[in-house]
Structure formats: structure tokens, C-alpha cells
Design a protein around this ligand. Structure first.
Ligand code: NAD
Length: 256
């Protein structure tokens, strides 16, 4: 379905971003990978699916590096057809103790980076009259949790940005939508589990059960593969008129 198209997924060396990149690659899209950590392993996983891969190590907190990444993607593949804004970080602290530098970096990486990639990708998408912008928000884009001020503010912001871009592209072949996952067992959540287990002196298994029971009625994690298939749906012809939604895949979290 996405043969001869290019998908750029921010923060795609791990977790949800890698899962979405793999689902899009299975549909034939060439992939622009981004993120830190085990870059070579992520590149190899994508290349094994028979598509071309370009890695760019832009730091999503830096607008000038984002511009360089978008330019590199256009130079290699012509344009970005599918943009997935996924890079994100977390920090947990009460609002009056929230470290200023963490606030700034969460807003920059989880929210402002999506503004920058979107404004840079849109002209070519509009010229081609086809494009998909998929913003990985969160259940925390729809409801709040204590101690996550920056993350919840950024994710609500992403949902708002999604709606504005959907309206501004509504008469074109470009769509913009958000995905709102509940808990997904990635390094980002594993750290929260480890902290919870250590703070309460409980096992990782007990911490996992507690975490799920607190928020997610299904008592199950959503998987990167499931989220990847939702991204594929947004890219399909059936998604042509799906515009500005914040689509929860959260085991019932936000239905409560
Ligand atoms: P993860 O830690 O596994 O992956 C995060 C990715 O972002 C990695 O590739 C990392 O290298 C990259 N990244 C981090 N900082 C970056 C920066 N400054 N510049 C470029 N890349 C950077 O986390 P994940 O759980 O897969 O999270 C991916 C997205 O999904 C995030 O936006 C997160 O908020 C969102 N999300 C996660 C969950 C969950 O339960 N895991 C739930 C809802 C939403």
C-alpha cells in the first residue's frame, strides 16, 4: 500500500516508534529513522523488511537539527509522505518541584518538535495532494495523572495541534490525526515500573499489576505492533476522511 512512499518516524530507534516504522515498512514505505540508543539494530530491523532506510540523529529539542533532518529526508527520497511525530520523554514530579530544565525539554521534544516537523513537511504534502501526519499523543492527551505536569500539558497540546492541522488541511488529500495509547511496555514505562518497585519495595511483577489496575481496565498493555497497525489504517484509503481525531488505544483507560 505504501510502496514508493516515504515515512519519517521521530524517535523510532525504540518502543512505539520502532513498532510503527516496522508496520509502515511492511506496507512498502521507505523509512527515515530517528532517535538515540541502538541505532544499528533498529536500522537492521527495518532493512530486513526490504525497504530503504535513512537514519538521521536530529535531537528533537533543537529546531535547527529538525530542519536538517527534514532537508536530508527530502534530499534522499524527494519528500516525506507520512510523518509520525512520536519522540517523547517523561519525568515524574509534583508541579512545585518540577525541574525547570525537564519542563523545557519535555515541551520541546513532546510538543514543539511536532510543530516544526509538520510546518516543514506540509508544503510538499499539499503540493502532492497526499500526506499523512500521525501524532503519537497519549491517554494523557485526553485525561491527566498527578505528577506529570509537563507530559500531560505537552500531550494535550499535541491533540490541539492535531485538530488545527486537520482543519487547515481539511480540503486536501493530507490528513492529520493523533493516536492516544494507554500503557505500552517500552523503556519509557519500564523506568516508571522500576521506580515504583524500588519506592515501595515490591517486585516488578507486583508493580506492573498495580500500574495496570490503577488506569487500564483491560489489565493489558497495548503493543507497538497494534499501534503500528492503527497508523497503517490512517494511511489507507479508508482513512481518507478521518481528520483531527484523537484515537485512544488504551484498554478502556479514557472510557472511565
Ligand atoms: P521509548 O523511550 O521506548 O522511545 C522513545 C524514542 O524517542 C526513542 O527512540 C528515543 O531515542 C527517542 N528520543 C528521546 N529523546 C529524543 C530526542 N531529544 N530527539 C530524538 N529522539 C528522541 O518510549 P515509547 O514508550 O516508545 O514512547 C514513544 C512515544 O509514545 C512518546 O511520545 C510517548 O510519550 C508516547 N506514549 C508512550 C506510552 C507508553 O506507555 N509507553 C503511552 C502513551 C504514549
Amino acid at each position: 500500500m505504501l510502496k514508493n512512499k516515504t515515512a519519517l518516524v521521530t524517535g523510532s530507534t525504540s518502543g512505539i516508534g520502532l513498532g510503527i516504522a516496522k508496520s509502515l515498512a511492511r506496507q512498502g514505505a521507505n523509512i527515515v529513522l530517528n532517535g538515540f540508543g541502538d541505532v544499528e539494530a533498529a536500522q537492521a530491523e527495518i532493512a530486513a523488511l526490504g525497504v530503504q532506510v535513512l537514519y538521521h540523529g536530529a535531537d528533537m529539542s533543537k529546531p535547527e537539527e529538525i530542519e536538517a533532518m527534514m532537508a536530508a529526508a527530502a534530499a534522499r527520497f524527494g519528500r516525506v509522505d507520512v510523518l509520525v511525530n512520536n519522540a517523547g520523554i517523561q519525568h515524574v514530579a509534583p508541579v512545585e518541584e518540577f525541574p525547570l530544565a525537564r519542563w523545557d525539554s519535555i515541551i520541546a521534544i513532546n510538543l514543539s518538535s511536532a510543530f516544526h516537523t509538520t510546518r516543514l513537511a506540509l508544503p510538499a504534502m499539499k503540493a502532492a495532494n497526499w500526506g499523512r501526519i500521525i501524532n503519537v499523543a497519549s491517554a494523557h492527551g485526553l485525561v491527566a495523572s498527578a505528577q506529570k505536569a509537563a507530559y500531560v500539558a505537552a500531550k494535550h497540546g499535541v491533540v490541539g495541534l492535531t485538530k488545527v492541522v486537520a482543519l487547515e488541511t481539511a480540503t486536501t488529500g493530507v490528513t492529520c490525526n493523533a493516536i492516544c495509547p494507554g500503557w505500552v511496555l517500552t523503556p519509557l514505562v519500564q523506568k516508571q515500573l522500576d521506580d515504583k518497585a524500588a519506592a515501595q519495595g515490591i517486585s516488578n511483577e507486583e508493580a506492573t499489576q498495580q500500574l495496570l489496575r490503577e488506569k487500564e481496565p483491560s489489565l493489558q498493555f497495548t503493543t507497538p505492533e497494534e499501534l503500528g497497525e492503527l497508523a497503517v489504517f490512517f494511511c489507507s484509503p479508508a482513512g481518507n476522511n478521518v481528520r483531527g481525531v484523537a484515537w485512544a488505544m488504551d484498554g478502556g483507560w479514557t472510557a472511565q
